[in-house]
Ligand binder design. Structure first.
Ligand code: TYD
Ligand code: MG
Length: 467
């Protein structure tokens, strides 16, 4: 049994216990099965504070109340003007317009995607505003220096600390009082009070809670880097996402140059916001005109290629969707989806077969979204279906048409949101016509920036789009 420790802020005695994530019961030791609710693998090591004996004295009660008094809503000042602007506008956009003081930001992503690179670049930018402490448990100071040289970073205000012991890190923060803190990564730091290894759910959760105290107590913005596990969540269960204020994922294929910084939770701004970066020899740089970049290598009259107008966060994006349908040499035709959801692709193929009459049963179908983007919006259904049909019939899609629309199971097309924004972006990139589902919503668009071709079904859409 570990020795009892003391929580320094309250001086209460703390112990580690095993708390069931299902029923909340507390056990003195780890067991495979919770004896109270009989669920398996639900006990997680947790630091619990043992209650002090007796009721708090009047002085203690007074001290508790004085810690934090209720405030009248009208007298609370919003802090929007206090946000710190990071050197890259794309990063500020994802954060909802800059970095909020005292916020805890988690950046997740696959190994090697560029998290450390991005945060080292951000740290260098923040170092112009004040002292930055970059805590690394992954790389040595020399390795970080080599990377900094490669990125052309040099600053007297940027401090590198290679440490993984949480208590030591907290002491460094107390003594140094940096203005910004970066932790690379949360899976490498550990608290001695917990017996489990660094990176386990209990370690990650308790350490993140300590950083939360630092962020809120000392008003320091803290960036935590988190690894995504094989199942695609940070540190196993999504324990961290509840603790932190903002969750960003850096996505992208290591073999492609583009990286997407996607916001999935933000207490200080819109979620689903996306920032687009390009990885080069000198690190990450922001892409300010993503639609143009994604369409740059397009062959205008090739069959199997169409243009979808999607919305990522609040920003419209034009992306090229490529499809290839070829006769299968096996009994079971293959379906490969790169950048679109597999289930969505199967649905679109089924609708093409059943409602449009295109026989896909003996066709291998490959779909690819150019630029390594991952599109989850149903508004790109129409572009995917048209690209597949175009490849199957070996007929190109008209080069000046952009496509928007969700496909229903009867082969009908459904209208999607943010139409004006989408149309403006398509017109800006030189498209003359947009194929979209007919709807009353279109009447609200007084002077469309490009010609609208309205259709009701996928069959009609194919007649209009294919040359
Ligand atoms: P890194 O930031 O170490 O990834 P993470 O912290 O997410 O694991 O990035 C590693 C990759 O980035 C590696 O494959 C090399 C590449 N890279 C560049 O292409 N250009 C650069 O300037 C840097 C620093 C890295
Ligand atoms: Mg790293």
């Amino acid at each position: 049994m570990p020795k009892p420790c003391y929580n320094l802020s309250t001086m209460a005695k703390t112990r580690t216990r095993y708390v069931c994530q299902e029923c909340g019961s507390t056990q003195p030791k780890w067991m495979g099965r919770c004896p109270d609710c009989d669920e398996w693998n639900t006990l997680i090591e947790t630091i619990v504070e043992t209650a002090k004996p007796g009721l708090p004295s009047p002085a203690e009660r007074q001290a508790l109340v004085q810690r934090n008094a209720p405030q009248v809503l009208t007298q609370i000042e919003a802090d929007s003007h206090l946000r710190t602007m990071l050197p890259m506008a794309e990063f500020n956009r994802v954060l909802g317009g800059g970095l909020v003081p005292g916020s805890l930001v988690l950046i997740g992503g696959d190994p090697g995607v560029g998290k450390s690179t991005l945060l080292l670049q951000m740290s260098a930018g923040l170092a112009t505003e004040g002292q930055v402490l970059y805590v690394s448990g992954e790389e040595s100071a020399q390795q970080i220096k080599l990377r900094a040289n490669r990125l052309g970073i040099s600053s007297d205000q940027l401090f590198i600390l290679t440490e993984t012991n949480m208590t030591a890190i907290l002491e460094h923060i107390r003594q140094m009082s940096p203005q910004f803190l970066v932790v690379d990564s949360i899976q490498t730091v550990y608290l001695e009070e917990l017996q489990s290894a660094a990176g386990s759910v209990s370690q990650v959760r308790e350490c993140a809670a300590r950083f939360q105290e630092v962020a809120k107590g000392q008003n320091i913005p803290v960036f935590l880097i988190g690894h995504v596990t094989k199942t695609g969540v940070i540190a196993g269960p999504r324990v961290l996402e509840h603790i932190v204020d903002t969750v960003l994922y850096l996505e992208g294929d290591r073999f492609h140059t583009y990286r997407l910084l996607r916001c999935v939770k933000n207490r200080f701004g819109a979620t689903n916001e996306v920032g687009i970066f390009e990885m080069s020899d000198i690190g990450l740089s922001e892409v300010l005109n993503p639609s143009e970049v994604f369409l740059a290598e397009r062959l205008p009259n090739a069959s199997g290629s169409s243009i979808a107008v999607t919305i990522e966060g609040t920003r419209p994006l034009l992306v090229e969707i490529q499809a290839l349908a070829s006769t299968t040499s096996f009994g079971n035709p293959r379906r490969t989806a790169n950048g679109v959801d597999m289930n969505r692709l199967l649905l679109i193929i089924a609708v093409l077969t059943k409602r449009v009459g295109i026989r896909m049963a003996d066709q291998d179908v490959f779909v690819n979204v150019i630029g390594g983007l991952q599109i989850s919006e149903p508004a790109s259904d129409l572009a995917v279906a048209v690209a597949i049909a175009s490849s199957f019939r070996n007929t190109p899609v008209a080069a000046d048409i952009a496509l928007v629309g969700e496909i229903g199971l009867s082969g009908e097309l459904r209208i999607v949101g943010h139409l004006e924004t989408r149309l403006k972006e398509a017109a800006k990139l030189g498209f003359k016509r947009c194929l979209l589902p007919g709807s009353n919503q279109l009447k609200q668009i007084k002077s469309p920036p490009l010609k609208l071709l309205t259709v009701r079904s996928l069959t009609e859409a194919l007649e209009q789009a294919l040359i």
